[in-house]
Design a binder for this molecule. Sequence first.
Ligand code: NZQ
Ligand code: ZN
Length: 388
Amino acid sequence: MLGNFEYVNPTKLYFGNKSLDYLQKELLKYGKNIVLIYGGGSIKKNGIYDQVLEILKACDKNVVEDAGVMPNPTSDKLIEGAKIAKAHKADLLLAVGGGSVCDYAKAVSVSAYCDDDPWEKYFIRMENIDNPVIPVGCVLTMVGTGSEMNGGSVITNRRVNRKIGRVFKEDVFPKFSILNPEYTLTLPKYQMVAGFFDIMSHILEQYFSGEDDNTSDYVMEGLLRSLIHSARIAVKKPQDYEARSNIMWIATWALNTFVAKGKKTDWMVHMLGQSIGAYTDATHGMTLSAVSLPYYYHILAAGLPKFKRYAVNVWNVDPNGRTDEETAKEGLERMRAYMEEIGVVMHARELGLTEDMIEGVADGTFILKGGYKVLSRDEVVDILKASL
Ligand code: NZQ
Ligand code: ZN
């Protein structure tokens, strides 16, 4: 049965190769003081920085920059950003970059006026927000996380090797996001492909849960088929606008809260991947690709009907003449072949994970209960070992 739910998504999207034209209109809704947040400099190389700055100047904004947001943004950087935003009395945080920049901007938005340590309050104790929140706007340059239209914010504390995601409510979602597929064309292939797998994992983590007859599962099968199709094209021809724009749109729908409504979700692949990321600082999507098949094989028997459905509806496996288990396994094997074809990392050791880290990574893995099997700590260790 489809469960009961509320649904609202407050983020306004502008999509397409002319979408930056709408930035000015959005900026005029906010006061003068803007913090321009970006990463390690890709936006300076590809010209997006100059385009955005020109619009900020045309709007006569008082801009300070908070640059150097790293992939897997840290709690130390968050403290620095919160101070900048508070000192500047920011009316808007404008995030220009990938999921890391966008996630970080959301974390700064709730932390600037937080009197406590924001890592402890919002990421460890998961308390409700009781201080003013600064609005966030986003110009997206990397596809994958869905951060452009959700309340997710993932922060890493390097001192304790913990990477923790918090899902904030609608008041922290970006007020607007500008999605120009052309901005993603300068991504190195490794990042592009990691983003493709991140999208796939977001969909699968919501799909592999529950047995109900649920409309979301049909939507997700469609998204997966479109993603697989377009990613194959993009890997061969990275400059293919049609494929890249389709993928950008799939990424947003994969994690803008819509497909999760009324159904259970799993998220164990992300819990495992995030904990690997906390130890290795590896690229997010690649941590997911390394653990996915070991995890799915581990839970296959517990979720057999859904794995069979996945094989048939997503991978076109013919169930005739096969047992359900054979059909399900053939689906996972076709997924493996696809992963190898697009070039994701299949072994966590390539990300720097070593045998001696496994106990610590297992300790940092939150065990969730929404999937087909609630893992024990020993099973987490087994899956991590199998992912090496
Ligand atoms: O820092 P710069 O120089 O900009 O370079 C970035 C970075 O090195 C580069 N890049 C981005 N756009 C580019 C570009 N290079 C050339 N051309 C462009 N157009 O790509 C690198 C990776 O960027 P990053 O933002 O780190 O990648 P991604 O978008 O995958 O974000 C990863 C972070 O998002 C979190 C992850 O855990 C990780 O911390 N997630 C956030 C989620 C959410 N908000 O809901 C959910 C996800 O599951 C994920 O956990
Ligand atoms: Zn992800």
